[in-house]
Structures are given as C-alpha cells and as structure tokens.
Ligand binder design. Structure first.
Ligand code: GDP
Ligand code: IMO
Ligand code: MG
Length: 440
C-alpha cells in the first residue's frame, strides 16, 4: 500500500493522531499536508501510571515512530517558534526528531499574521469564527494573494527583506488605520525569522521529489490531514472552517504526490460528534447528555483547552465524508465513551422545513435549520476498554458499529476503545484496494 491518505470525517479531534500511530510501524513516511499549529493530536503511549501523553501540534504524528521519516509538506503553514519548541520538548523526553524533513515551499506564519488573526476575530465580534488565533487564516490568505513568505525565502536575507517590507506596506496600514494597533517593524520580523535559519537549514528539502523517490522504491507513505472534512475551506461549513483543504484532495496539492499514486483513504470517525469554535452543528446537545459526552470523552481542546461542543453521531456527515474523500476504510474511535447509555441515537437524515434530506444540504441556511432525524439503537453496559477483538464486543456495540458502517457506506476497519496506543480493535487489515464499494 504505497500512498495512503488519512483524514478526519467530522469537525476535527476524531483521534487522527492515534490512528496514525496505530499504522506507525508499517509506515516509512508520515506527511503532514495542510494546516499548522491549529491542529492538536494527543497520543497516549503505555497505560496506568506508566502512561506517557504526547500533545503534537505542528509535527506529524509519525515523529513518535522511530522507523518513520516525518515530513512537513508544502501545504502546511509553519510557525517556526512552535516548531522548535515542539522539537525541543520531544527531544527532552528522549524522542529522536533528527529525521524530520521540511518542504522548502511551505509558508511561514509571521508575527503579523498572528496579530491579524487575533484582531480580525475581535473586530468581527458576534460574527467571529472562533479561530485558534495561531495566524492560520492570514497566512493562507497571504499565500493565495502571492504575498506570503516561504521557508526558502529565509535563506536569502535580501529576498526576505523585500518580501517582508512589501507585505508590511499593506499590513501596517490595516493594523494602524482599521484596527488601531501599533505598526509591526520589518527588522523585528526579519530578525525573528532569520534566527531560525541555522537550525532549519539541514531539514529543508524538495519534499515532493523526496516522496516520489520513496514511492518509486516501494516505501509506504501516509499523508496525514490536520482538521477534518467539515472544516475544509471548500467542502466544510463555510465560513466556519479553517483556511486549507483538509480533505483527501488536499493531500495531493499539499505534498506534491499525484492523485494517480494514492491507493486508499482512511477516515477517522468519532462514535459521536464534537466541534470547537463557532458554526452550525445539527446533532449538538446542550443538555446533560452533551455534558456526559464531554466528561466521559474528555472533550477539551488539545490546542486551546476550550470545551468541545458535543452531540450524537451524524451519519449524513459520515456519508458526505465518504463521498468527498473517497473513503476506503473508517477508523471508528471512542466507542468506549458510549458505554452505559440505555439507547444510542444515530442521526440518519435531516428534516429541513418538513423536507427530508439524506445528503448534506448544499445551501448553508438549510444546514443551519437542519433538525436531525434519529434512529435509536439499544445500548450496552459492559466495559469494552479491554476488548481487543471484534467478537469480544457486546452484541449491541457490534450492532451500533454495523449500523454506522451501513449508513456511512464504507467499512469500519478499526475501532477505538480507549485513549491508549493499544486500546484498539483491528477488524480488517487496512490494505485499501482501489474500487472498494460499500460496507463489508
Ligand atoms: P486528532 O486531532 O484527530 O488527532 O484528535 P485529538 O487528539 O485532538 O482528540 C482525540 C482525543 O481522544 C485524544 O485525547 C485521544 O487520546 C483520545 N482518543 C483517541 N481514540 C480514543 C478512543 O478510542 N477512546 C477514548 N476514550 N479516547 C480516545
Ligand atoms: P485537529 O487537527 C478542531 C477550528 C477552530 C475554528 C476553525 C478555524 O486537532 O483536528 P483556524 O485557527 O484553523 O483558522 O480556526 O477551525 N479548528 C479545529 N477544530 N480540531 C482542529 O484540528 C482544528 N483546527 C482548527 O476551532 O473553529
Ligand atoms: Mg485535535
């Protein structure tokens, strides 16, 4: 299985980090292809008192697998301060990060991008997006406006100075005249960015070429998304989205691997739904049941610490994720969190002003007004966290998995039953073949 894409099926935090970690030993390269340090992946290695918890933001999850080369692709936006903080933090805990490779064409999050993210959110007031405030949107905006700073620009001080000064000509007008903020000094920006050059230089490569050569050798490459399908700038709940393509298509543009070399798409689907930040969320629960999911599932953001909004499984979204990403295998995470419910609701369709929608409404107002149509499945009470084979799961838990599988339209190949690295049931080997159609 040479090139595989791994994406989130919902609004993020589905457990992508853990799913990548599960595949870890069979992978030669793990490539982060979009987003930046807005992502937050928690990986728990070991259990009980010996449990080691790692929170990654910018580094690909493959960094925790010694045999794997982690790659930050051209589609990523990089905050260099965060990059080196994360590297130092891992090195301090004995993790070898020396194999990390960074694309020369990735864009850099500058200090003015961070400032602009925060002031524009404040300016929007009640209409805010609820961003992570990390400068993601403004950096991608600069990339598209062709005023961005790329990793390769840092190595030529003259080019860097020209680009920073040109960007600041406009940004400082905005900051001073619209947002009433102090101007940013070009020398401060250049000084900060240039201070990373010596450490950065040995990591920088043409990563598209590197990955092409790896695939030619028969190596296995995992393309790991940050964020998720409904946060994708084209296919998500716009404007309440992030500013990159977090769906499978983004894996190609964000890494330089062509679509004809992709062999499978794994999507990570949480057994219920969560969302951080603003925007519509049809199955959201504002009551004790939502609090139950938040508490039992420890649903607090890895990046900002914000409580995540929680609700039931929405298979309209699941089907949409299957369609947009061409999903060949699902990893269903956090099934353990649903233990102890009398019945487990699954949203199977929406009612929009009396009209049933089995697919995602294309019109944003319809999605805002969507009322979930639920099916109730019987719950289970047995502790499933130590189950390691599908047959060990209680019958009602299996019924839930199989119903979700049927409704989302692709097989569930692995099931998460706890946060730990080994708390997973592998149901089908994830060797996705082209042409797989529908559930097993
Ligand atoms: P990501 O952004 O998709 O990588 O997900 P996050 O790491 O932000 O959030 C997922 C959280 O769920 C993390 O704290 C994981 O340790 C945890 N987790 C992952 N899989 C499972 C599971 O199957 N059961 C439980 N209880 N927790 C899980
Ligand atoms: P992982 O990779 C959940 C959300 C923010 C906000 C919107 C835009 O851990 O799944 P941004 O700072 O990207 O401009 O914010 O996107 N968001 C995430 N929500 N998980 C994430 O990443 C997210 N990355 C961004 O909360 O609503
Ligand atoms: Mg996360």
């Amino acid at each position: 299985m040479p090139a595989i894409v791994l994406v989130g099926a919902q609004w993020g935090d589905e457990g992508k980090g853990k799913a990548t970690d599960l595949l870890g030993s069979s992978l030669d390269y793990v490539v982060k292809f979009n987003g930046g340090n807005n992502a937050g992946h928690t990986i728990v290695i070991g259990s009980g008192a010996a449990a080691e918890k790692y929170a990654l933001h910018l580094l690909p999850s493959g960094i925790l697998t010694p045999t794997c080369t982690p790659v930050i692709g051209n589609g990523v936006v990089i905050d260099l301060g965060v990059l080196f903080q994360e590297i130092d933090g891992l090195e301090g805990r004995g993790v070898d990060t020396s194999k990390l490779v960074v694309s020369a064409s990735a864009h850099v999050i500058t200090p003015y991008n961070r400032v602009l993210d925060r002031v524009t959110e404040r300016f929007l007031g009640a209409r805010k997006i609820g961003t992570t405030g990390r400068g993601i949107g403004p950096t991608y905006a600069d990339k598209m406006s062709r005023t961005g700073i790329r990793i390769q620009d840092l190595f030529d001080e003259n080019i860097l100075r020209q680009k920073v000064e040109a960007a600041l000509d406009v940004k400082n007008q905005l900051l001073a005249k619209i947002y009433n903020r102090r101007a940013v000094q070009a020398e401060d920006v250049i000084g900060e960015l240039r201070s990373y050059v010596d450490r950065l230089a040995p990591m920088v490569r043409d990563t598209s070429l590197l990955l092409e050569q790896a695939l030619d050798r028969g190596d296995t490459v995992l393309l790991e998304a940050g964020q998720a399908t409904l946060l994708d700038v084209d296919f998500g709940t716009y404007p309440f989205v992030t500013s990159s393509n977090a769906t499978a298509g983004g894996a190609c543009t964000g890494s330089g691997i062509p679509p004809t070399r992709i062999d499978g798409v794994i999507a990570v689907l949480k057994a219920y739904t969560t969302r951080v930040g603003e925007g519509p969320f049809p199955t959201e629960l504002d009551d004790a049941r939502g609090q139950f999911l938040r508490k039992t599932g420890a649903e607090y953001g890895t990046t900002t610490g914000r409580p995540r909004r929680c609700g039931w499984m929405d298979t309209v979204i699941g089907r949409y994720a299957t369609r947009i990403n061409g999903v060949t295998d699902f990893v269903l995470t956090k099934l353990d969190v649903l233990t102890g419910l009398d019945t487990v609701p699954i949203c199977v369709a929406y009612d929009v002003d009396g009209v049933r929608h089995n697919t995602m409404p294309v019109n944003q107002s319809d999605f805002h007004h969507a009322v979930p149509v639920y099916e109730e499945l019987p719950g289970w009470w047995e502790d499933i966290s130590s189950c390691r084979s599908y047959d060990e799961l209680p019958e009602n838990a299996r019924r839930y998995v199989e119903r979700v599988e049927w409704l989302v339209g692709a097989r569930v190949s692995a099931i998460g039953v706890g946060p730990g690295r080994d708390a997973i049931i592998e149901r089908h080997e994830m060797r996705p073949a082209r042409g797989f159609a529908g559930p097993a």
